[in-house]
Ligand binder design. Structure first.
Ligand code: CP
Length: 359
């Protein structure tokens, strides 16, 4: 069965198929209307969302299918203590595909172990957000006409920003990508992405302290919100926050052909004066999210029983009863998921579910 939990669950060919189907849906919307009639999508959202949940709903409606689910887990039997695995077993009796957002990292991967229908990770804590990644890839393709060869600057909260982690993983499948990381020390990209993704796959990256010094190099500027709540020291936040605000003056330093992306919501990191700039792609990006989710639903249901499109070859997990994942927000510290680990190529032991470094 094909699920989408992490961008690396898709081969480059599968990503290309989804992006190309999304483009065909945009060009010929009428051809796809009704193609999912009698199919049902369940949206299980344990965490707030505007774009992801509503774009999944809108996508399924455009395809002629139906949608059920919850936008607040407190209104479901989760409030009575029902586990993630039991919830997906039950919902699999009612729906053909499940899109799930959870604040607990690894919850969706754990759910796949018992699910009878494809599961789509619609965001798990700070870990991963693969359908935002598909949205971002489609947007870059449509804005610039290509993904290979781009220089992309990631700006803001690169530590907790799950969209950043997922997009870098996906870009590692493309040619000649250069990454520039623009973040305060407190919010730098986690080592596991730098080492296990950038260094392992040979993506050159460099870290800089200001936007100004790199604006002119970028084909894509990927903005994220600097999250005040992550700072222990408010003075420190006040010191760095304005270095990461995109305004018209900073846009004047950028190439004529470039694209500003943001997964949204924004707070104040892109001033509204930038919105009218033709390079501001973030609201077009939102609409692309609907088309790419239409394509994903179609493809996952098409691939469901096709052995050519399974999950990546199984690694054997390391099981050691003495070891514990250190991440309090990991599924294995919140439900009865086993403490399982994977050994990376550089010998580091990481949690099977959330990728936290264990040893
Ligand atoms: N981009 C994104 O995930 O937005 P929501 O949190 O509104 O779904």
């Amino acid at each position: 069965m094909k699920h989408l939990i992490d961008p690396t669950d898709l081969t480059k060919q599968e990503i290309d198929e989804i992006i190309s189907l999304a483009q065909d849906i945009i060009a010929h919307r009428e051809r796809y209307q009704g193609s999912m009639s009698h199919k049902k999508l369940a949206t299980l959202f344990y965490e707030p969302s505007t774009r992801t949940r509503l774009s999944f709903t809108s996508a399924m409606m455009e395809l002629g299918g139906n949608v059920l689910g919850f936008s607040d887990a407190r209104s479901s039997s989760v409030s009575k203590g029902e586990s993630v695995q039991d919830t997906v077993r039950v919902v699999g009796c009612f729906a053909d595909v499940i899109a799930m957002r959870h604040h607990i990292e690894g919850a969706q991967l754990y759910a796949t172990e018992v699910s009878t229908v494809p599961i789509i990770n619609a965001g798990d804590g700070s870990h991963s957000h693969p359908t935002q990644t598909l949205t971002d890839l489609l947007t870059i393709q449509r804005e610039l006409g290509h993904i290979d060869g781009i220089t992309i600057g990631f700006c803001g909260d690169l530590r907790f920003g799950r969209t950043v982690h997922s997009l870098i993983k996906a870009l590692s499948r493309y040619k000649d990508i250069k990454v520039i990381l623009i973040a305060p020390d407190e919010l730098k990209l986690p080592d596991y992405i730098k080492q296990d993704v950038c260094e392992r796959t040979g993506i050159p990256y460099r870290e800089v302290a200001t936007m100004e010094e790199v604006m002119g190099e970028l084909d894509v500027l990927y903005m994220t919100r600097v999250q005040k709540e992550r700072f222990l020291d408010e003075d420190e936040f006040d010191r760095v926050k304005d270095s990461f605000v995109l305004d018209a003056a900073r846009m004047s330093l950028a190439k004529k052909k470039m694209a500003v992306l943001h997964p949204l919501p924004r707070v104040n990191e892109i001033l509204t004066e930038v919105d009218a700039d033709p390079r501001a792609a973030y609201f077009r990006q939102v609409e692309n999210g609907k088309f790419v989710r239409e394509a994903l639903i179609v493809k996952l249901l098409e691939w469901k029983d096709d052995p050519e499109h399974g999950m990546p070859a199984d690694e054997t997990p390391v099981e050691d009863p003495e070891l514990r994942c250190p991440n309090k927000k990991c599924i294995c510290n919140n439900e009865h998921a086993p403490h399982r680990f994977r050994r990376t190529e550089n010998g580091v032991l990481r949690c099977w579910y959330c990728d936290s470094k264990v040893r």
